[in-house]
Design a protein around this ligand. Structure first.
Ligand SMILES: [Zn+2]
Length: 480
C-alpha cells in the first residue's frame, strides 16, 4: 500500500497496523484516523481580486470504543512522536464497564473508486494554477455582465482541495485513499429602478482543476440560471399564506432539502439509540404515502456525498430507508449499530480528524415516480410551485421542519402564475410525507449540499423528482 501519510510517518502499513492493534486491544474497536488536506481558493468580488487562501492541514486522532464510551486523543501534524504519544495515551484508558459487543464490520472498502483519485492540483505550481483560476473568474464575471445590463454585482469563487486519508482500525485493517474536490460558487445581483434581487448557484464535486476549467459551459449555465432567477424575482409579488395550499417542489435540491431535513435526519441511528428520534419505533409502519421509496447511498458515482470507505473504515452501502411508504431501515455507524443491534450501514462520518464520527447521511434520495412535472402542476387548483429553497431547519426530535422558498410561483387552476416572495413551508416529517400525491419522472441528484449536525459539517447530496403535497399536508407562510 502506498500512502502519503504512511511515507510521512516512516511506517509500513503492517507496522502501523500492529501499533494500533496493540494500543486499542481490550476495547470493542476504534481506529487511528489521519488526513492531510491541501486547499487553494480564490475569489473575485465585484471585479476585485481577493487574496488567495492557501493551506495545508495535517493531523490525526485515535478513538477507542469501550461499549458506548469513546475516549479520544487528537494530535496535529504527522510527527511520529505525536502519533506515538496519542497511541500510548489511549492504551492507558481502562476498559469501559459496558458489555462487550461484537461489531459486524460490513467488509473491506471496495477496490473500485466511486470518483477519480487523480491529484486535484495535477502537480502544477501554485502560481500557474492561480493564473488559470483568475482567468476563469474574470471570464465568468464579464460573461455575467454581458448577459444583462441590470447585472450590478458578481461574486465568483473557485476552491480546489485534495485530501489524503488513512485509517488503521483496531481489527488491523488499513485503508488509504486520495480524494480531489473542486467547488465553484457564483452570486449575481440585479438592480432595476429601486428594486434589487440576487441569486446564487454552486457545486462541489470530486474534480481535478482541469476538469473544472473544462466545465466552462456548465459554469456559464449556472450564471444564466442566477440571472433568470433574480430577474423573475424582480417581478415577484408578496405571497399569501394559509393551510389550504397544495405544494409542488421542483426536482433535485428543492424537494430534496425537505427530504434531507424532514425525513433523513429522523433515520439516524444515534437518535434512535437515545430513544429520542422523531421516527422512533416506526420500523414496519407507514411513514410516507404509497409510491414513496427512499434510499441513503454512499456509492453513487461521482456524487459529492459518496466515499470509498466511511470515517470508521467501513464500506458505504445503498440502504433502503422507506419502501413504498413503509419505514424499513436506519442510518448507522458502529456505535449506533451496536446499541440498536441493527446492521451497520457504513455511515460513520466526521468533519475532520478533530471530530468523532457519528451516523450521517451521504446521498439521500427518493426514487423517481411516473408523473410529469406538467401533470403535477396541471392537477393543482390553488398552490405554489417551489423551485428553490435556501436550506432548511428541522428539530430532529419532533420532526417539525420549516423551509424558506427563494424562487416560488403561484399555481391557479392548473396554470403557473406570478412569482411570489416570502413563502415559507412548514410541516412534520413523520406526518407530511403520508400526504404526497404525486412524484414525477424528472429525478435529479444535487451537485451541492452541506449538512450540519452537532457542530459538524459534512458534504451531502439529496435527490428526487418533482413532488406534490396534498392540501393540508404543509402549512404555508406568506408575506402579504
Ligand atoms: Zn442535515
Amino acid at each position: 500500500m502506498s500512502s502519503v501519510i504512511l511515507n510521512a510517518l516512516g511506517h509500513s502499513a503492517d507496522e502501523l497496523s500492529k501499533m494500533v492493534q496493540t494500543s486499542l486491544q481490550g476495547g470493542n474497536g476504534g481506529e487511528l484516523f489521519m488526513t492531510g488536506t491541501r486547499h487553494f481558493s480564490q475569489t473575485l468580488s465585484n471585479g476585485i481580486l481577493q487574496q488567495p487562501s492557501v493551506a495545508l492541514i495535517k493531523g490525526g486522532s485515535v478513538r477507542r470504543i469501550n461499549g458506548q464510551e469513546t475516549p479520544f486523543v487528537v494530535f496535529d501534524g504527522f510527527a511520529a512522536h505525536d502519533l506515538n504519544n496519542a497511541l500510548n495515551l489511549i492504551s492507558k484508558v481502562p476498559q469501559g464497564k459496558a458489555p462487550t459487543v461484537n461489531l459486524t464490520a460490513s467488509g473491506i472498502a471496495p477496490k473500485t473508486s466511486y470518483y477519480t483519485q487523480n491529484d486535484a492540483f495535477e502537480g502544477v505550481e501554485l502560481d500557474v494554477l492561480q493564473a488559470y483560476v483568475v482567468d476563469l473568474l474574470r471570464e465568468i464575471d464579464s460573461y455575467a455582465r454581458q448577459q444583462d445590463t441590470r447585472v450590478a454585482n458578481v461574486d465568483v469563487q473557485v476552491a480546489i482541495a485534495g485530501q489524503d486519508k488513512l485509517i488503521v482500525r483496531a481489527d488491523g485493517r488499513v485503508l488509504s485513499e486520495y480524494r480531489p474536490k473542486c467547488q465553484f460558487v457564483v452570486n449575481v445581483v440585479l438592480i432595476e429602478g429601486d428594486k434589487k434581487e440576487s441569486s446564487s448557484e454552486n457545486f462541489g464535486l470530486p474534480f481535478t482543476y482541469t476538469e473544472l476549467l473544462n466545465a466552462r459551459d456548465d459554469l456559464r449555465a449556472m450564471v444564466d440560471r442566477c440571472i433568470e432567477k433574480a430577474s423573475n424575482n424582480l417581478t415577484a409579488i408578496p405571497a399569501k399564506g394559509g393551510d389550504d395550499f397544495e405544494v409542488v417542489f421542483g426536482p433535485g435540491f428543492s424537494g430534496g432539502v425537505v427530504l434531507h431535513e424532514a425525513v433523513g435526519h429522523g433515520f439516524e441511528g444515534d437518535f434512535h439509540s437515545k430513544d429520542i428520534a422523531s421516527f422512533q419505533g416506526k420500523i414496519g409502519e407507514r411513514v410516507a404515502a404509497k409510491g414513496v421509496t427512499v434510499y441513503e447511498d454512499g456509492t453513487v458515482a461521482n456524487a459529492r456525498g459518496s466515499y470509498n470507505f466511511d470515517d470508521e473504515g467501513n464500506a458505504p452501502e445503498k440502504t433502503l430507508l422507506i419502501d413504498d411508504g413503509i419505514m424499513v431501515g436506519l442510518i448507522n455507524d458502529e456505535l449506533s449499530a451496536a446499541a440498536l443491534n441493527m446492521p451497520l450501514t457504513g455511515n460513520g462520518r466526521r468533519e475532520s480528524y478533530k471530530h468523532k464520527p457519528m451516523p450521517r447521511m451521504s446521498n439521500t434520495y427518493m426514487e423517481a415516480g411516473n408523473a410529469t412535472l406538467d401533470e403535477l402542476i396541471g392537477s393543482v387548483k390553488k398552490g405554489y410551485y417551489v423551485m428553490e429553497l435556501n436550506g432548511g431547519q428541522v428539530d430532529i426530535v419532533s420532526s417539525k421542519f420549516v423551509q424558506n422558498g427563494t424562487v416560488v410561483r403561484e399555481i391557479n387552476n392548473g396554470q403557473l402564475g406570478a412569482y411570489v416572495k416570502g413563502v415559507s413551508v412548514a410541516g412534520k416529517g413523520n406526518e407530511s410525507y403520508k400526504h404526497i400525491i404525486g412524484v414525477a419522472n424528472d429525478f435529479e441528484i444535487s451537485k451541492n449540499g452541506m449538512c450540519g449536525k452537532e457542530g459538524q459539517s459534512v458534504p451531502v447530496t439529496t435527490g428526487q423528482g418533482s413532488m406534490l403535497f396534498a392540501k393540508g399536508a404543509l402549512k404555508v407562510g406568506g408575506s402579504a
